[in-house]
Design a protein around this ligand. Structure first.
Ligand SMILES: *Cc1c(COP(=O)(O)O)cnc(C)c1O
Length: 452
């Protein structure tokens, strides 16, 4: 075997080593949360690992297992209740391995027609659940941040095409609860936010009307509503946003990165009214659609508008742009090369069926309602809001910010749960984010018991 081809040859020892570990990890029903790395210890373990010659894969894998793996928190643990957890299905995880093993890319119709078909079937399923028109379409990007940015660039350039030359920044109406990635996206694409202050976290018709009255709205390009705020799981009045967008000719963007999947729970589906009128909608499969990192579905009402903005113009690419009837995924966001990351969701949706997804989303909402009930019934604890979705905010009477921090540290140290404090109207509060359908009432009870 020549040295140049050695690393591309099939090696049963390498295969057995890695797949053995993969099988063990996939079989864990409750991976330990773990967490917190020691830089010096890890540097010591990694010292000299990459050299000029080969090394036994078993030895390298052991470095990962013994020194690195435990410092990477298991976002898929049913006890991971911080930020927004992850809970990929086994089918999605396994098919992601197919995407890797077969080098499935999803740039263009020319190179990857089958991947485009499968990803589009998954996107159509999501668009149909949102009630968007049949010719809506889009692409899977790396995350909600990439989705928000790609969509808002289309909003800006669409406004620019309509109004011609623009020497001042375009503006986008957002709320004080919009995700940080929206502010970031506006900064990157030279737009500025008009921030509507909310009273209970929800962008409402009343506040929009009151706070926009008498303002110069001539530079507004878009309004961005949130379908499930990350901090509190609140769904904006999307119909009010859609009405305003329609009245003024603005782009209507919906950020449902976390909460979009909540549409699968019939009990809260009516709160999403108006989402079907979005010009662009983002939902993260790597959050509540139970797919592996990193995946966000970006869906446009009219994908041709996105193609007009994002198609990269390079002479070596002309060959992929010959047939106008087929949309190339690479033309619908700011990227070019991309793995066919949507196929993991596609496979899992088909294998498990939508009812399983409905049950899983409902389970997280149930757990939030259970936690809220327990908090209300416990003296010394105070629920801040009745949860719309699967996030619960509460305060512990008499606690300072430091108390919340040391509680969070204790829960992690004892591996009871990973819970991080948040802020509500400037006050430090406790926050539980549910997503994994295996997070049980016992876990909630254990967490709340540490507060007694
Ligand atoms: C998580 C989140 C984002 C960012 O998504 P990433 O996938 O982390 O880039 C944007 N908006 C909302 C509402 C989110 O919850």
């Amino acid at each position: 075997m020549s040295r140049s081809t050695r690393m591309h040859e099939f090696d049963p020892h390498l295969m057995g080593t890695v797949l053995g570990y993969v099988t063990e990890r996939l079989a864990l029903t409750e991976p330990p949360i773990d967490g917190l790395g020691d830089r010096a210890a890890m540097r010591g373990a990694l010292e000299g690992l990459i050299g000029d010659g080969p090394r036994d894969p078993r030895q390298v894998l052991d470095v990962y297992i013994d020194h690195l793996a435990d410092t990477i928190m298991s976002a898929d643990s049913p006890r991971f209740l911080a930020f927004i957890p992850a809970a990929p299905t086994k089918a999605a995880l396994l098919f992601d391995m197919v995407v890797s093993a077969a080098s499935l890319q999803g740039c263009s119709w020319l190179e990857a027609a089958g991947a485009v078909m499968a990803e589009n079937q998954a996107l159509e399923t999501l668009a149909r659940i949102a009630g968007m028109p049949a010719d809506a379409g889009g692409v899977f990007v790396s995350g909600g941040s990439a989705g928000n940015l790609s969509a808002l660039v289309v909003a800006r350039d669409t406004a620019l095409r309509e109004c011609g030359e623009q020497t001042n920044k375009f503006q986008v109406i957002v709320s004080d609860q919009s995700h940080s990635s929206i502010a970031n996206a506006l900064n990157i694409c030279w737009m500025e936010p008009i921030v509507i202050t909310t009273t209970d976290g929800r962008l409402t018709r009343e506040e929009l009307t009151r706070q926009l009255a008498g303002r110069d709205l001539s530079r507004v390009a878009a309004i961005a509503g949130t379908a499930g705020t990350t901090n509190a799981g609140i769904i904006d009045d999307l119909a009010a946003c859609a009405d305003l967008a329609e009245e003024h000719g603005w782009w209507f963007h919906v950020d449902g990165a976390y909460g979009g999947a909540g549409m699968l729970d019939d009990r809260v589906r009516p709160r999403y009214r108006g989402i079907e009128r979005a010009d662009s909608l983002v939902m993260d499969p790597h959050k509540w659609w139970f797919a592996p990192f990193d995946s966000a579905a970006l869906i446009y009402r009219d994908p041709r508008l996105a193609r007009a903005v994002h198609t990269q113009d390079a002479s070596y690419l002309d060959v992929i742009h010959t047939d106008d009837s087929d949309l190339n995924p690479s033309d619908l966001a700011f990227h070019l090369t991309r793995r066919a990351r949507g196929m993991a969701l596609w496979f899992s949706l088909a294998v498990n069926g939508l009812d399983a997804y409905r049950d899983a989303v409902r389970a997280a909402n149930d757990m939030a309602r259970y936690a809220a009930k327990r908090i209300r019934a416990t003296s010394g604890l105070e629920l801040i809001l009745d949860p719309d979705l699967s996030v619960v905010l509460f305060r512990v009477e008499g606690w300072s910010a430091e108390d919340y921090d040391s509680w969070s540290e204790r829960l992690l140290r004892e591996q009871i749960a990973f819970v991080t404090p948040s802020k509500w109207r400037g006050e430090t509060v406790a926050r539980l984010a549910f997503l994994h359908p295996a997070t049980s009432a016992e876990v909630v009870d254990e967490v709340l018991a540490t507060l007694q």
